[in-house]
Design a protein around this ligand. Sequence first.
Ligand code: MF3
Ligand code: CO
Ligand code: CO
Length: 287
Amino acid sequence: MPRDSHGSMTPGRISPQRPVPASIARPEYVGKAGPAPHVGGDVYDAETVELIRASGRIAAQAIDAAEAAVRPGVTTDELDALVHDFVVSHDAYPSTLGYRGFPKSSCTSVNEVICHGIPDDTVLVEGDLVNIDVTAFANGVHGDLNRTVLVGEASQQAVDLVDRTREALRRGIKAVAPGREVNVIGRAIESYAARFGYGVVRDYTGHGVGRSFHSGLVIPHYDAPRYDDVMVPGMVFTIEPMLTLGGTAADVWADDWTVTTRDKSLTAQFEHTLVVTERGADVLTLS
Ligand code: MF3
Ligand code: CO
Ligand code: CO
């Protein structure tokens, strides 16, 4: 079943695709192999920023609903059902559903799964960490966030990892200011993570988001000077650090989605979508 004899996560059974009412507008990539190239850049006018905020709020409230249901015995597919029903009942489309073939309305990533876990019949047990990542699409724009949740009582190591990963995101957001290069974000995150000896995942990054799910703009979570895009007011992107208790190397399962730490070390992630303001950053994915 969904854990091997060492307690490592293994693939489970994926339930049939959940329907979305025909009245809800789909992103252009649904039913295609992948998205069309992003056009229009990463800077949005104030009106569009408010639409991204509205999508972001739906995604955040969907995570609230799923988070409230997290307990030993619940499956990740049950969490996905709560997310799906919340998003579509608010006239939004769950952006991951049919994105490059992803089959579900959220990503649920347990323990050593770094990101992009597919909701399935995996049963959560006391002490697990589960990340719930939701993106909602409405009025032509996406809002994207995730949180890591403890299942029942977890080890002090796990609690600390989750708290410090949340704090790493907060520090990344604090580093945002117009005129700075995006690499200041990763520098802030990595220097904080290093205090605790945590690994910072490099293979997956923050990204521009808005009219496209992933615009092509890259926001590294580690110190990477070559990402030198200069932040300007109205620029919208995610920050979504993934920290580990061990190494930073990642493996992808045969499902082509599920990403784990190679050393099977525990990992946590938090994500927000934000807009660069005249003074700093404004988070667009609050519930
Ligand atoms: N929401 C994820 C992110 O933060 C992307 C998930 S893509 C999926 O960028 F296809 F895996 F769902
Ligand atoms: Co994202
Ligand atoms: Co996300």
